[in-house]
Every structure is written in structure tokens, then in C-alpha cells.
Design a binder for this molecule. Structure first.
Ligand SMILES: [Zn+2]
Length: 199
């Protein structure tokens, strides 16, 4: 937009790069923020603080500002069960069900031949190292019901066969095809977790 100063256009372009936001929504969000001066000040400070402090948990790759995240460092949680998810927001969704008391492993994405995401881009080797290092009993695959989620589940199931002592299970099919874990309601997700299938 030529009528705007360059620095505003740059913020709009940055918002436009975020998932699920097109150019129209990007401009709407930026205009709305700029019209709320107090909010925009707080917003930029919080963002700067998060950028400074936040890092990945050394065990599960969840976001944290410590060496290990609050879930990994909670002694009440079952250290022998690991739920494998693609994204940070999936941890939120599963935690909201209050049905899961194990740990997580974030892959930080899903396999996607179309977008050139290969196993090396995901935290898969880190998962295998975790299995080798600790006495894990069960790995639960909680991946999106999408082409990428399916491809990731097939790949993981194949390489996890190397560890016969670990039970590998997958969320039950209560989750509709095409649905992301993130957008699945808590009741459906709870029952998919409870009725998970052994692979
Ligand atoms: Zn962690």
C-alpha cells in the first residue's frame, strides 16, 4: 500500500507470513494494533521479552524459559509414556483434556514432501535418543489427520519397530479426517486418547 509509511508496510508483510493469516487479515491486525497505542507498547515489550527468554526444552522441545519445561520437570508425571505431537498448540489441546499424565515430544512440524520437510528437519533423531536413554514403556502418536500427519505416523511406526520393548499406539479414529489436533474438541480428543490403538 503506497499511502502507508514503509515501516508499517513491513509489519503488515511480517504478519502476512504467519500461518492462517492472509494479506487482508494482516493489515486489519496491524491497523487495529496501531490504533491502540497502550496495547501496542505492551505487545511489543511482551514479544521482545519472549524472544529474549524463550527456548526449547532440552528433553521434549516444548517452549520454556528453563532448561526443562514445566511438564518434563513435574515429578507427578509418568516419565515412561511419551506423546509425540507435531506442534506446540497440540500440547495445549491435549493438556486441556486433563486425561494425560505422561510427557511429550514435539517434532516441530510434520513430514511434507510437497513443502520439502524431510525427517532430518524434524526432531525424530532426538526422539530415538530419548527412547535409547530412558526406559520408555509407551509412545503415543498424536498427529494431525492430514496427509502430513499420516506420512509422519507411517514413517515413525516403521522406525519405531527397532524398539520392540516400547508399545507404539495411535489416537483412536474419533478425530475426523482432515482435522488438526489443535481444532479437535476436548471430549473427542479425550476419547481418542483413551481408546488409542496399539500399532
Ligand atoms: Zn519438556
Amino acid at each position: 500500500m503506497k499511502h502507508l509509511p514503509d515501516y508499517i508496510q513491513r509489519i503488515i508483510d511480517d504478519f502476512d507470513k504467519l500461518p492462517g493469516i492472509g494479506p487482508k487479515t494482516a493489515s486489519r491486525l496491524v491497523f487495529s494494533l496501531l490504533n491502540r497505542k497502550d496495547d501496542v507498547q505492551r505487545f511489543s515489550e511482551n514479544l521482545a521479552e519472549a524472544y529474549q527468554k524463550v527456548n526449547y526444552c532440552e528433553q521434549c522441545y516444548n517452549l520454556t524459559d528453563k532448561k526443562f519445561c514445566s511438564i518434563c520437570s513435574d515429578p507427578q508425571r509418568d516419565q515412561t509414556v511419551v506423546c509425540v505431537v507435531g506442534h506446540n498448540q497440540d500440547v495445549d489441546s491435549i493438556e486441556k483434556t486433563n486425561q494425560y499424565n505422561g510427557l511429550y515430544h514435539l517434532l516441530n512440524g510434520l513430514l511434507s514432501p510437497l513443502e520439502g520437510v524431510t525427517p532430518d528437519d524434524l526432531k525424530i533423531n532426538e526422539l530415538l535418543k530419548r527412547i535409547e536413554k530412558k526406559e520408555l514403556k509407551e509412545i503415543i502418536l498424536a498427529l494431525d489427520q492430514s496427509l502430513e500427519g499420516e506420512a509422519t505416523a507411517i514413517y515413525l511406526t516403521k522406525i519405531l519397530k527397532k524398539y520392540p520393548s516400547v508399545i507404539v499406539s495411535q489416537l483412536a479414529r474419533g478425530i475426523p479426517m482432515g482435522a488438526n489436533i489443535e481444532y479437535t474438541d476436548e471430549v473427542t480428543l479425550s476419547s481418542a486418547l483413551k481408546n488409542r490403538n496399539k500399532l
